[in-house]
Write a protein of this length. Structure first.
Length: 209
C-alpha cells in the first residue's frame, strides 16, 4: 500500500493556516501556495540519489556531491495544479512540465480526460503529479492511470490538503504511488468539498467563481 507523508514543518503549517482563511485575498493566496509548494518540494526530493564529484574551490580541490542525473517531471492537473508549479521550479528549474486536463462528466460523475501534453521521456523521469486538493480522489487516480498508460513508472502525488476518502481511492487504485500532503482533513461534505478545507483552490488562485 502506498504511504502518506504529512509535512508538519512549522513554516508549512503556518502558511497553510492563511491559505485556509477565507479572508485571504487572491494575490496573497497565490503567493502562499507558491511558497508552500517550494517548501514541500524541498521535502519531497529528500530521497534523490547523490554521486561524488571533484571540484576546485578558491582554496583547494575537494570532493563534493551532486544529484546523480535523476530527471524530474512535474505534472499539474489543470487548472488548480498550475498554482504550485512555479514554487517547485524554484528548487528544480531543470524539471520538465507536462499537463493533464480533466473534467467531471455531469451524468456519470466520472473524470473525463480532455487534454494531455507530456515530456517525451516520461518513462525515464521521476514524476510529481500536482493537485492542491485530494478530495474524492477521482481526478488524481485518473491522472495517474493516464500517465501509467503512457509509460510512466516512477510517480508521486503532491497535494496541499487531502480528505481520507481521496487517500483511500488513490491507495486502492495506485498502491505504488506515495502521497505527499501538508494536511489530512476531517472528511468530505455532501457536495464533495473537503472539510474544513480551503474552498475551491482553482477559484481562489485565479479569482474566479
Amino acid at each position: 500500500m502506498s504511504r502518506v507523508y504529512v509535512f508538519d514543518h512549522p513554516l508549512i503549517q503556518h502558511k497553510l493556516t492563511f491559505i485556509r482563511d477565507k479572508n485571504t485575498g487572491t494575490k496573497e493566496f497565490r503567493e502562499l501556495v507558491d511558497e508552500v509548494a517550494t517548501l514541500m518540494a524541498y521535502e519531497i526530493t529528500r530521497d534523490l540519489p547523490l554521486e561524488d564529484t571533484v571540484i576546485e574551490t578558491p582554496v583547494s580541490t575537494c570532493r563534493a556531491r551532486v544529484i546523480s542525473g535523476k530527471k524530474v517531471g512535474l505534472i499539474p492537473i489543470l487548472r488548480a495544479g498550475l498554482g504550485m508549479v512555479d514554487g517547485i521550479l524554484k528548487l528544480i528549474p531543470a524539471a520538465k512540465v507536462g499537463h493533464i486536463g480533466l473534467y467531471r462528466d455531469p451524468e456519470t460523475l466520472q473524470p473525463v480526460e480532455y487534454y494531455v501534453k507530456l515530456p517525451t521521456d516520461i518513462e525515464e523521469r521521476d514524476l510529481i503529479v500536482i493537485d492542491p486538493m485530494l478530495a474524492t480522489g477521482g481526478s488524481a487516480s485518473a491522472a495517474l492511470t493516464a500517465l501509467k498508460q503512457r509509460g510512466a513508472k516512477n510517480l508521486k502525488l503532491m497535494c496541499l490538503i487531502a480528505a481520507p476518502e481521496g487517500i483511500k481511492v488513490v491507495q486502492e487504485d495506485h498502491p505504488d504511488v506515495d502521497i505527499y500532503v501538508a494536511a489530512v482533513d476531517e472528511k468530505l461534505n455532501d457536495h464533495g468539498y473537503i472539510v474544513p478545507g480551503l474552498g475551491d483552490a482553482g477559484d481562489r488562485l485565479f479569482g474566479t467563481k
